[in-house]
Write a protein that binds this ligand. Structure first.
Ligand code: SF4
Length: 328
């Protein structure tokens, strides 16, 4: 690991000043991903600005919704009474992610900013990785691409985003609040992540020094929810496919509204308003859910080893919607 400066910030302004003072500085939250990447020689920050002591840990009601402080720990969010009661899909997604020990350390902002788990990205002995080494190529395109994306990838990168929390936040229509020395701004979660295109090393719409201060949830949607995560090992693994489903039925037992977001299949949480429109007004049946699943997966481009994800995702969507609707 390289040497680096360490600074513990006590205010947001301190944190911003420290990052501006070191061009290659990184904010350090729980460190559950960044420290691993530094040990493995993937990340080389010149300075770490520890933001865990910032007064950004509150979880509180906000304009009819909920504000999650950027430094709130994943475990604190998952067990919070308002999250469990009003946003159960978020609580379920968080509890499906990582281990209890990691959830106790990981923060809301860090969860959003965690990097892909592509094997080649983590192993600098592979030179070809456009995300780690821009312009070098992508070893996964012709290599072991079993865990990689079937939607939204490019000829430059086919990595998936590993967060479960971000999938639930996408279904809920969350907004990410950020701040730098000049301004504060709000980024809808749908605009927060970038498609890889030919710049897969640029993963979000955050500017270099911007600090995430909170994630805001709007008033909860009606209906009931289910988060389904399919993975190789149930105790502790990233999603091969995950589905956040929220379904509201009307008095006639037809679907009044529905939301579906996918994880594990794309460089970012994947949501299709077209699929949700197909569900709206339909009967809560497997045939209706399968139509939505077909739309969600219609642009899938599987590679040599990840073709199974397409049917796995279709079946997962049907199962998650079925389970969510049955809870109405
Ligand atoms: Fe690197 Fe992306 Fe290719 Fe993985 S999929 S090797 S992260 S460029």
């Amino acid at each position: 690991m390289n040497t680096f400066n360490y600074n513990q910030a006590l205010t947001v302004d301190d944190a911003l000043a420290s990052v501006y003072a070191h061009p290659d500085a990184k904010y350090l939250g729980g460190g559950t991903n960044l420290i691993d990447l530094m040990k493995m020689g993937v990340e080389h920050p010149t300075a770490l600005v520890d933001v865990t002591r910032l007064p950004l840990t509150r979880i509180e009601e906000y304009w009819g919704g909920l504000r999650l402080g950027a430094m709130a720990r994943n475990s604190a969010v998952a067990i919070h009474a308002l999250v469990r009661r009003r946003y159960p899909v978020l609580a379920q997604a968080l509890l499906a992610g990582a281990s209890p020990q990691i959830r106790n350390m990981a923060t809301v902002a860090g969860n959003l900013l965690q990097r892909t788990r592509c094997y080649y990205f983590y192993d600098p002995s592979y030179r070809e990785c456009n995300k780690r080494n821009p312009g070098s190529g992508c070893a996964a395109l012709t290599g072991n691409n079993r865990i990689h994306s079937v939607l939204g990838g490019s000829d430059h990168c086919i990595a998936t985003h590993p967060s479960d929390m971000a999938v639930a936040l996408t279904a809920l229509g969350a907004t990410v609040q950020v701040k730098d020395a000049n301004e504060e701004r709000s980024i809808p979660i749908a605009d927060f992540y970038r498609m890889p295109g030919n710049t897969p090393h640029i993963e979000t719409s955050l500017k270099a020094e911007e600090l995430i201060t909170s994630v805001d949830l709007p008033a909860p949607p009606g209906g009931t929810a289910h988060y389904l995560k399919v993975r190789d090992r149930n105790s502790f693994a990233f999603a091969l496919v995950s589905v956040a489903a929220i379904v509201e039925l009307d008095d006639r037992k037809r679907i009044r509204s529905a939301r579906v977001a996918l994880g594990g299949v794309a460089p970012m949480p994947w949501r299709s308003l077209e699929a949700e429109q197909v569900l709206t007004g339909g009967e809560p049946t497997e045939a209706t859910y399968r139509k939505a699943a077909d739309i969600l997966m219609q642009d899938a481009k599987p590679l040599r080893f990840n073709g199974f994800k397409v049917e796995l995702a279709r079946r997962g969507i049907v199962r998650a919607l079925t389970t969510a609707a049955e809870l109405n």
